[in-house]
Write a protein that binds this ligand. Structure first.
Ligand SMILES: *Cc1c(COP(=O)(O)O)cnc(C)c1O
Length: 238
């Protein structure tokens, strides 16, 4: 795992960046007539080392997002006992899925029915500790990007929603790099509306990253996945 990088030259330090992002979230919520109480900030700490996570936990961060299983498992073990909720946000291999469910309470990247079947019959589900599930929707024109096509999201949600041990929370999406994020999130919101017709309680919307969380909040995001704006530049992929 990489070392925690030095604070960005001349800019605010970690507590300063966290405070700035929290203030921007509050401002975006106000601008959309929403309450910050509806919003969960997940700080994405992928590629960062344990010291940075400890510092964030000491600053009151309770929700961490990770995208690689080995790394996430190590961090969850190190920080055990701090009351952290782990969100798995990366593409999930079937052979790793049950291991991920041992530490992650929420998985944001459901993209196939077989993954849901695997987890529903796993140990965690059997113990009655339901796994929070988001259906990831591909909002780009590239079919190789993570997630199901928008038109396939309801079918996957219905599949998850009927399985024991899985708690369908809603939908998740990443705006394309080269498009208008507001438009992408509006599309995600429409998918969310469709899902809610079948499962009114699946009202969560996981959307918004460092560069587009204000647009996501404007389109109804409830779970923000924010990394570099808080953590600083990510160390190179280990
Ligand atoms: C890395 C990542 C993020 C955070 O990205 P930033 O631009 O650093 O805020 C959010 N969501 C997913 C799925 C990611 O992989």
């Amino acid at each position: 795992m990489a070392e925690t990088p030095a604070p960005n030259e001349g800019g605010p330090d970690l507590p300063g960046r966290l405070a700035l992002v929290r203030a921007s979230i509050a401002e975006a919520a106000r601008a959309s007539g929403r309450s910050v109480d509806e919003l969960t900030l997940i700080v994405v700490t992928k590629f960062h080392g344990i010291p940075l996570l400890r510092e964030l936990a000491a600053l009151g961060v309770t929700d961490f997002g990770e995208s690689r299983h080995q790394e996430a498992r190590e961090k969850a073990a190190e920080l055990d006992g701090l009351g952290i909720t782990w969100h798995f946000i990366g593409q999930l291999q079937s052979k790793k899925a049950r291991q991920v469910a041992e530490y992650a309470s929420v998985i944001h990247s459901f993209d196939r029915a077989s993954l849901a079947d695997l987890l529903a019959s796993g140990e965690r589900a059997a113990e009655g500790r339901a796994i929070g599930c988001f259906v990831q929707v591909n909002l780009t024109a590239d079919p190789d990007r993570g997630g199901v096509l928008p038109q396939d999201a309801v079918a996957l949600a219905e599949h998850i929603g009927t399985l024991p041990g899985l708690d369908l929370r809603g939908v998740m999406g990443v705006a394309p790099n080269d498009g208008d994020p507001r438009r992408a999130f509006a599309e995600l919101r429409a998918v969310s509306d469709d899902v809610r017709r079948s499962f009114p309680r699946a009202s969560a919307l996981s959307a918004g990253m460092s560069n587009d969380f204000a647009e996501a909040i404007a389109e109804g995001a409830t779970h923000l996945r924010i990394g570099s704006a808080i953590t600083g530049i990510r160390p190179a992929r280990g």
